[in-house]
Each structure stands twice: as C-alpha cells, then as structure tokens.
Design a protein around this ligand. Structure first.
Ligand code: M6R
Length: 609
C-alpha cells in the first residue's frame, strides 16, 4: 500500500519521479505527489486520484537535465484521512518534506506533544507528524542525522520513509521498518523505490534495506555517498546486488487490460513454473533441501486474499497426496490468536508480492518460534524471500492487475508439485501414481490455452449477470476454495456482492437468500462429488435461484451452462474452471465500466496491517 520513490541526480527529475510512481501505482491510486528541491528552492505538487492527474498538474514544470536536484514522490492508498489533496503526500512541516508507506501507530501521542509545542497540523494523516517531529528534534539537536535517528526511534508501527529538508539541500534521509524500501545507484545518482520496478533500467546495483535501518544519502562532486545505520547508530555494510529485470513484460501487449493479458499468459507462465522441476520421473526443487522435511509432522499455511485461497486449495492436496495434516490460516487472524507453534510444523507462507504485512509478520513469528519456514512467492528478493529459510519462486512474471490471476495459477501448480515432492520423500504414493500426476502437471499449459469461443460466450453471457442482489459461488472439496477465489475476483473488480460457499453448507442458512435475483455459480467437476453437487444445485434451483453451471456434463436444470472439456483429472477441471471464473468476472466488470486493473479502494500490495 502506497509507493514511494526518491532521486538525487542530474536527470530530468520530474520524469524520473513520475515514471517511478507509474511503476508503483498498483500500490495505491487515491492520490499522488512529488516534492523537488534545487538548492533550497522547493516545489511541491499533489493531486487526488490517479497519477494522470498529477501528470496534468505538472505539465508546465520544467526540470531540465544537468542540474543536481533532490526529489521524493508518493502514490497513496489512504489509511488515515480521506483521499484529499491535503492528505496527499509529500507531507510538510515548516521546512521538511516526507513521504511514507506504512502506519505510524503512535501518531496521536506524538501529535498531541507537538501541538502543545506550537506545531500546527493541516492533514488527518499519521505521516505529517514525521516532518514535524524531525523539525522539533532538529531544534534541540543541530545534527540533522542525529535528529532523524531520534525521530525514527520515537515512531511505532511500520514505515518506509524518505525525508528531505531545506537545511540539508542535497541529501535524502531514509528509514525502513516493516514496509519495503530499496536503494539503487550509479556513480553519480541515487534512486529509491518501494520495489525494484522503478529502478529497472536506471540503476544497475541495488541494496535491500533491513528492518530498523536508516541513514542518509547525498551526491558531492558527482560522487554518491550512502550511509546506512542500525538501531544502535552503528554503520552497516552496504550489500550490493545487481538488478536485472526485463521491463518488456510489463506492457499490455494489445490486450484491453493487464488482467486480461495476465489471464492469457497463464499457459506460458505455467510452462515456466514447471520448467526444470519435473524431471527423471520425479519433482525436483533445486532450491529445497530434502532435510527440510525431516521430523515434519504437519504443515501450517498462512496467507491473505487470493494466496490464502491457493493455500486452502493446497491443503486438500497435502492431506490427500502427501498424507500430511495441514492447517490453513488467514495471516491477519493467525498473528493475534496466540497460536501454539510446534517445532515439527513446516510453516509455509504464500504471497505474490512477498510484502503483504500480515503474512510477513506471521512468517517472522514462525521463525522466531524456531519453525522451518518456506515461502512460495513471485517476487525474488522481496521481504519474505529474504526472511524465509527456503523459497520456491512461482515464475509468473510481473503481475500488474490488482486482481491476481496468473500468480494464483502458478501458486497452485507449485503447491501441487510440492505435495508430490513431499509424498515422494515420505513414500506415501506409488510410482504409478506419481507418474500419472507428473503427466497431468505437464498437460496444464495446454489446458490453459484459452479457446476464443469460450471467451466470446462469456462476453455474451456477462450481460445477464449485471444485476440481482448477489452471487453465490459454490463448490465442494478443492473446488470450494476455487469458489472463494471466483467470488473474490468478481467482487473486487465488479463491486457486486459475491460469496464463495461450500455447496453442502448452503442449506444451513444462506439458502434463505435464494430467489430469482440470486445468482448461483456452481462448480460441478465430474471427477469429484458430482452427484452431491447436483443435489445442492437442485435445492437452489427449486428455490428459483438463477443457476450458471460450469461442468463437463450438460446440466439441464441450469439457466446457463459453460461446458468445460471432458477431462479425466480433477485438477484439469480446476484450472479450466479457474479461467472461466477469471474471464467471467472481468467481462462483467468491463460491462459495468469499471477500471479492471485499478479497482476502487484496493491496492496491489498490502503493506499495512
Ligand atoms: O501479494 P500477496 O499474494 O501476499 O497478496 C495477498 C492479497 O492481498 C491479494 O491476493 C489480494 O487479495 C488480491 N487483490 C486478490 O486478487
């Protein structure tokens, strides 16, 4: 949530900051702003809504090259205070400017103290206190870095902060705790970003800050200077990594939305996810050490949103195939339930971004309790990847659509492969079964090739599902988490009310809602509990609910029917239905005129709890 960028150098700084923000816009688009300092002249621009508004507002701002300038920028997902221009970052004290990603939990206390000392606040944000607190400390302590350190030590909560101040006009102060922050550099330039993305193509080398690190950067005589400190104010060694990500993958490539492109990419990215991992009639994860599974008696999976759904779906595979008892927890619940953690548990977190605050905190808890930890993640070098004992990368490529699609598909394939990998180590499956499953996994890329007729049919069908008082997505077994995922896709981009439900549970309450205005999306795989599903759907149909059935078998009582190919493995049906649900949600949202890639109130990466 929220993206921050910073720059010191002689390039056209407006372009650098705005291009950087456009790479981070997926993290929040309630408002955007930049502050640029040239010597001690400062200009600040903010606008509400998407970045385009800021681009319009700054169109007359000239920041030609070859002049050393310092700047910071922010794209906001509102936490404290409405998305107004006053609440947009950068926030201002008297002479200092701050951008922040995270939440300052004790901001009220700090604000009260500062107000008593004559500081005036103009926004409702938690962030504004940082600029004022820094200035308050600077009054008592003339060394700016020391004043910054005292400021940071007083903050509680999560933050990635960049601060510039007129009195130190070619420096950027930075601090990180909980929220991601990366610095990139060339010999005479310094870049900051909340992720690698704004740095790609600009900085060849980067450093990933650890929690509780802070410091200051500057350029003197065309040479960069970077000082990083830990909490005790001791200098920290700068660990440089090279940065190489191919930017061309982040273009829409002729599709209407990134989400559409990403749905169509699933076949290819699954091939990449599988590549080199299915070999010699077994699954190989080079990144894992087989001893990881020594003494493991059970698995706990923690994740949020779509990644949680992948985790829940995989619990059916870990129990059915690996024969390992598996619990799945929503990360935000897990953290505060005082969970009983057992050293014989393998703790798996799943995350597209590797930055989701609740999942990251759950991972920290598990590590501190001495559990073996594994992250299944799409972003190398993300906070979770750097923290966990082991990582399996999902290789989905950059996912720009806020509604996760290809990341989910790759997570599912990795989890399916992992269930077989563990089963093989624990000898809980036969050689024949493993061979059959491997063949099935290798078939997934072709299953995910999207048939034009199917897409056209969903486009047509979508117009019948724009109204009504709600949707129930129902399924059983591993199709229940898929139903949850289908409902999440629909609600996040169409803003229609949708729930995923275990089909057998409808009669315990929700069926009371059934009438012709209630849409039921029924996942009816022929390979798992087909007859049971049929009865559950009949019960809803008898109460007039409008039924859209997705199945390999014609189902005469359904009002609408999407036929998937006759498949002889339930996971084939799973992936086919996944595509149908993604496209259906997208086509409904497009008909409703919504911005599919940047749905209201959401952000791609949720780095606050
Ligand atoms: O990056 P993560 O996988 O940790 O993100 C978790 C959720 O925030 C994410 O899946 C969210 O629910 C998506 N918008 C779903 O489409």
């Amino acid at each position: 949530m929220c993206g921050i960028v910073g720059y010191i150098g002689q390039k056209n700084i407006k372009e650098v900051l705005i291009n950087g923000l456009s790479e981070l816009e997926y993290r929040g688009y309630d408002s955007a702003g930049i502050a640029i300092m040239q010597e001690s002249n400062l200009s600040i621009y903010k606008s509400i809504g998407k970045l385009n508004n800021l681009i319009d507002k700054t169109k007359d701002l000239k920041t030609d090259k070859n002049i050393l300038r310092v700047g910071i920028g922010h794209t906001r997902w509102a936490t404290h205070g409405k998305p107004t221009e006053l609440n947009a970052h950068p926030h201002i004290g008297e002479f200092s400017f701050v951008v922040h990603n995270g939440i300052i939990e004790n901001y009220k206390k700090i604000k009260d103290k500062l107000e008593k000392n004559g500081h005036k606040f103009i926004s409702q944000t938690d962030t504004e206190v940082i600029a004022h607190l820094f200035e308050y400390n600077l009054e008592k302590q003339s060394d700016a870095l020391k004043a910054f350190q005292i400021t940071i030590n007083e903050l509680e909560g999560a933050y990635a902060i960049l601060l510039i101040t007129k009195s130190e006009n070619n420096r950027i102060f930075f601090a990180k705790n909980g929220s991601p922050l990366i610095i990139g550099y060339t010999e005479d330039e310094i870049y900051f970003g909340s992720s690698d993305a704004p740095l790609v193509g600009l900085a060849n080398e980067v450093t990933y800050f650890n929690d509780n690190e802070f410091g200051v950067v500057s350029i003197y005589n065309n040479t960069n200077s970077i000082e990083i400190y830990n909490k005790k104010f001791e200098k920290v060694d700068i660990i440089k990594k090279s940065l190489s990500i191919n930017k061309q993958f982040a273009q829409k490539g002729g599709f209407r939305f990134f989400m559409e492109k990403e749905v169509y990419e699933q076949s290819r990215v699954i091939s990449e996810t599988i590549m080199g991992r299915v070999k010699d009639e077994k699954i190989e994860f080079e990144e894992l050490n087989k001893t990881l599974f020594d003494n493991i008696e059970n698995i706990t999976i923690c994740a949020c949103g779509t990644s949680f759904h992948a985790g829940l779906a995989s619990s059916y595979l870990f129990e059915r195939i690996s024969k390992v008892p598996t619990k799945v927890e929503v990360a935000s619940e897990f953290r505060y339930k005082e969970p009983l953690l057992n050293k014989n548990t393998l703790f798996i977190v799943i995350s597209q971004s590797g930055e989701t605050a609740d999942t990251l905190e759950a991972l920290k808890m598990a590590k501190e309790a001495g559990l073996k930890t594994l992250v299944i993640c799409n972003v190398d070098n993300s906070s979770m990847v750097r923290l966990a004992d082991f990582t399996i990368l999902t290789r989905a490529g950059i996912e720009k659509g806020v509604a996760s699609t290809k990341a989910f598909a790759t997570q599912m394939v990795v989890l399916w492969m992992l269930s077989l990998y563990i089963a093989n180590i624990k000898k809980s499956i036969s050689k024949e079964f493993l061979e059959k499953e491997l063949k099935a996994i290798l078939t997934i890329p072709s299953i995910l090739k999207i048939d034009n007729n199917l897409h056209e049919k969903l486009k047509r069908l979508s117009k019948r599902y724009l109204h009504g008082h709600g949707f129930f997505f129902i399924g059983r077994d591993i199709f229940y988490p898929l139903a949850l995922e289908g409902a999440l896709k629909l609600k996040e981009i169409s803003y229609l009310h949708a729930e995923g439900y275990p089909a057998g549970e409808m009669k315990h309450g929700p069926i009371a809602l059934a009438d012709s205005e209630l849409f039921t999306i029924a996942l009816m795989p022929k390979n798992i509990l087909y007859e049971k599903m049929k009865s559950n759907v009949e019960e809803l149909s008898a109460r007039d609910s409008t039924i859209l059935a997705i199945s390999a078998y014609e189902f005469e009582i359904a009002d609408d029917f999407i036929k998937i190919k006759e498949q002889n493995h339930y996971m084939f049906e799973f992936f086919e239905m996944m595509i149908v649900l993604q496209l259906l949600a997208m086509e409904i949202a497009i008909r409703l005129g919504n911005d599919v890639d940047m749905p209201r109130n959401l952000a791609k990466s949720v780095t606050v709890e």
